[in-house]
Ligand binder design. Structure first.
Ligand code: AMP
Ligand code: MG
Length: 338
């Protein structure tokens, strides 16, 4: 398949919208990561998403809408969910709600809930408005690879496999949306993102975080969110993340680097001098900057062909949870506290 690869402008967005309506796949930028979109109500089109990504069929998709008025046919919107939409949409908050019959089972992987979100990106919003269809869109990477945060990443993974890629620059946030389950008695975060537990609790009074967010699932344990049981974000090299005492972390990373054949350090910007002549890649100077850079850096470690990635991690709350959830998964939960 010949993939159209064009900067997003009025005309290319019109072309993309027409392709979506025909049941084709279009990748587009959002504020979190690039999405791989299909008409969420077109069963055949949604099946192509799973095929193009190599995604397991039991991993449900997020349905993107231009605004909350588009939800009427898709799900049952509760008053609490509406409060969240008013507070955080457009934005990086995905809400799980009871699905209606119009949403095909392939889109939700057979689950009774559907995940919905309105993205905060001018290109994504223009595409959703122009196409007039709800758009099912997981991240536009091949399954198992880090999510794409630039159009070039999407091209690497999807050229020849989908109808079109809309180029729209780097994604601002850099990690995927918060997934919040609103189908239970207490709002519960299944995947942390830039809309934090603290921010949701301010609006609703309470919000919990699923405890499987920061640990591997146990043998035979049911995943609250199917995405959690799949291998994610992993670089080709093996990876260890270090947190805790600052001096000890730097000393231990240096020791392991020096003992390895071909390692690279994902270092906080201000600590780069402390690693001397060792090969470092910056992960910025704040959790927000790390979120923005992490997936790009993981792809770079693949290109460099290193055998070991040693990363400095963050400790704390709010955005730290989103960053450390991805780092821990990339490292297959090899997180060392010193
Ligand atoms: P992606 O769009 O690739 O970031 O993946 C979307 C993620 O949202 C999935 O991996 C699931 O973990 C989560 N998700 C989507 N729909 C549901 C649902 N109905 N129930 C639970 N989790 C969901
Ligand atoms: Mg994904």
């Amino acid at each position: 398949m010949n993939t159209i690869y064009q900067p997003a402008d009025e005309q290319s967005i019109r072309t993309a919208a027409a392709l979506l309506k025909e049941g084709q796949l279009v990748a587009f930028p959002t504020e979190t990561v690039y999405g791989l979109g299909a008409d969420a109500l077109n069963e055949e089109a949604v099946k192509y998403i799973f095929a193009a990504k190599g995604r397991p069929a039991d991993n449900p998709l997020i349905v993107h809408v231009a605004d909350k008025s588009q939800l009427d046919d898709l799900c049952e919107v509760t008053p609490e969910a509406e409060k969240l939409m008013d507070a955080f949409w457009p934005g990086p908050l995905t809400i799980l709600l009871k699905k209606k019959a119009a949403v095909p089972d392939v889109t939700t992987a057979g689950l009774p809930s559907v995940a919905v979100r309105c993205p905060d990106h001018p290109v994504a919003l223009a595409l959703l408005k122009e196409s007039q269809v709800p758009v099912a869109a997981p991240s536009a990477n091949r399954s198992g690879r880090p999510s794409p945060t630039t159009a070039e990443h999407v091209y690497e993974d999807m050229n020849g496999r989908i109808a079109m890629i809309l180029k729209g620059g780097d994604c601002r946030v850099g990690v995927e949306s918060t997934v919040l389950d609103m189908t239970g008695s207490v709002p519960c975060i299944l995947r942390p993102g830039a809309v934090t537990r603290e921010m949701v609790a301010k609006v609703l009074g309470s919000c919990t975080v699923a405890d499987s967010v920061m640990r591997p699932l146990k043998e035979g344990e049911a995943a609250p969110s199917p995405g959690m049981k799949h291998r994610h974000y992993a670089p080709k090299a093996s990876m260890t993340v270090y947190v805790g005492d600052h001096e000890k972390v730097i000393a231990e990373i240096c020791r392991r680097y020096d003992a390895a054949e071909n390692a690279v350090i994902l270092a906080m910007e201000n600590d780069i001098p402390a690693f001397g002549a060792r090969h470092t890649l910056s992960i910025g100077a704040s959790p927000e900057e790390t979120a923005h850079l992490l997936f790009k850096r993981l792809r770079e470690t693949d290109e460099m062909g290193v055998s070991l990635v040693l990363a400095q991690g963050w400790e704390g709350e709010e955005m730290v949870l989103a960053v450390m959830n991805r780092m821990a998964r990339a490292a297959a939960f090899d997180v060392v506290k010193l």
